[in-house]
Design a binder for this molecule. Sequence first.
Ligand code: GTP
Ligand code: MG
Length: 582
Amino acid sequence: MRFSSLARTTMASPFTVHRLHMRGRHRLVNCLNSVQRTFRRSAGTERGAVQTEGTLGEDSGEKDGPKSFYELMADRQEQAEKSVLISCQSRTSEKKFLNFLSKHGDIKKHFFYESYGVYAVVEFACRDNVVSLLESAAIPSVSHESMVPFKSRLLSLRNHSSGESPSLPCQPQTTVPINELIQRLSREESVDEQISSLTEAYQLREENSRLRFLVCSLLKDIAAAYFPECTIKPFGSSVNGFGKLGCDLDMFLDLDTISGKNLKTPKSGLSLEYQMKRTNSERHVTQSILSVIGECVDHFGPGCVGVQKILNARCPLVRFAHQPSGFQCDLTANNRVAMKSTELLYLYGELDPRVRSLVFTIRCWARTHGITSSIPGAWISNFSLTVMVLFFLQKRSPPIIPTLDCLRDLAGPADESVIEGNDCTFVTDFSKILLQSNTDTLEQLLTDFFEFYATFPFSRMSLNIRKGKEQNKPEVAPLHIQNPFETSLNVSKNVNSSQLDRFVALCQESAWLLQQSETRTPTGVGGKHTTKPWGLATLLLPSQVAGVKGRKKRKPHHASERIKSLLESLKSKNDGKKNSDS
Ligand code: GTP
Ligand code: MG
């Protein structure tokens, strides 16, 4: 079945539904419908008509499949170029604000959010509107400080008239706290619904995604002082479909249009070429460029603070915080393989809604138990963890997603890509991808994921998503995951054996918890103020087997004891709230 037909079949076809287990078949279809709708909305991958509320037998309304990665990037970059970021006072009238701005042109989209103050993202109909707006802006006059006279699309709104308005409606840009998430999940009626609820709570929203592209575009304006034709593109979880609200913003300074790598020189006649400074290595060029851009960002970049140049890393980068957006940013250059990995992950996430749901769930579970961390170290990275989920989905019978070799075989001439001698070719046209009819529920997949890795022969075998098979480890390392494109490398080289042991112990515990009758089904207790954690929610409670690094392993408590203690804490919180309310 082709992808576009799969989207319809998993979501709606009576034929597929007949093949589902009776128990929960309606739930699965509804759940997949809701997951798919949520993703398309947040990632902005939907083409044309928004889907209607889905029911069995209803057409999904999606005829053309998702946007390709390039289309998505181009659309988002275009929006960002026509947008400005404005710091506002919270008590500004939204109507007055929009009237004031619309003097410069039609406003296509706007939203407010909070990050060290209230900000507005405003997208105009065309770039000329932005030029007109910038021409009308004044240079701030301050008596005690001096200004770096660098003009950008980051502005401040000054309100010179008196009178207060209601607070501006702000879009949330952060995830719900874990205890709130546990309670929310406990109120769901099936594990599948819990998984979609978690995904919905954690994934990047449309607005957050726009803001990420806008920050890249603002940064491009700084880099353009040296390289007018450059672009800065987000990669990693900001765009691969697996980003969580609050994840870092990985950026790639793309100079390929300037370096002219793709231009052919004529074989006869006259031609001109630029004289350029030569250095002894590509790495040195990258380091020099990042060093200079890093200085610019540090000295001239409005809102950019804590700039660190980490130029001797395997992949040189400039790290800083962008205060107006609240993003932790990593700017790299010459990092095309990571861009390809991002595109591959995006493609896998678009093939079947269960891919993203499972990745979100496993990423959240891993983070809760300290399996992953935002600090670099011997932990499993989110990237490695995602590859582990993909590998598991390739190993299903029938497989849910194809192998990378299969995607390479489907590639056309336009998809060909060789980066630094590595074959990074794979198909980009979704309609060429054939998927097999697998009807596993998310609950089955989650349980089987934990069982799969609880018993995986990590000591001997390496994971290979190119082949969709484990293979003998080519080198000694506790965890070996073959890099999909630089195949001689191990993406989890940093992981030590104690971190791997913790992962395996947690998989064992989670598989066990999902099989216990007392935790696998919802049985609400405690009235309307408390809901007993069950299913996925229990997996997010503190673990007894691998909670804190270096902590002595304690004898596993019975699950009910852990749940009892959480209930007690929830109860006392609610009692406290009731008392303070009364
Ligand atoms: P977050 O933890 O949410 O930031 O996930 P992420 O996917 O953005 O991970 P990270 O910021 O560490 O890396 C950004 C991107 O770089 C990843 O999505 C990959 O595309 C790529 N990447 C990271 N680590 C590796 C690696 O070890 N090998 C390869 N080939 N690519 C990597
Ligand atoms: Mg990242």
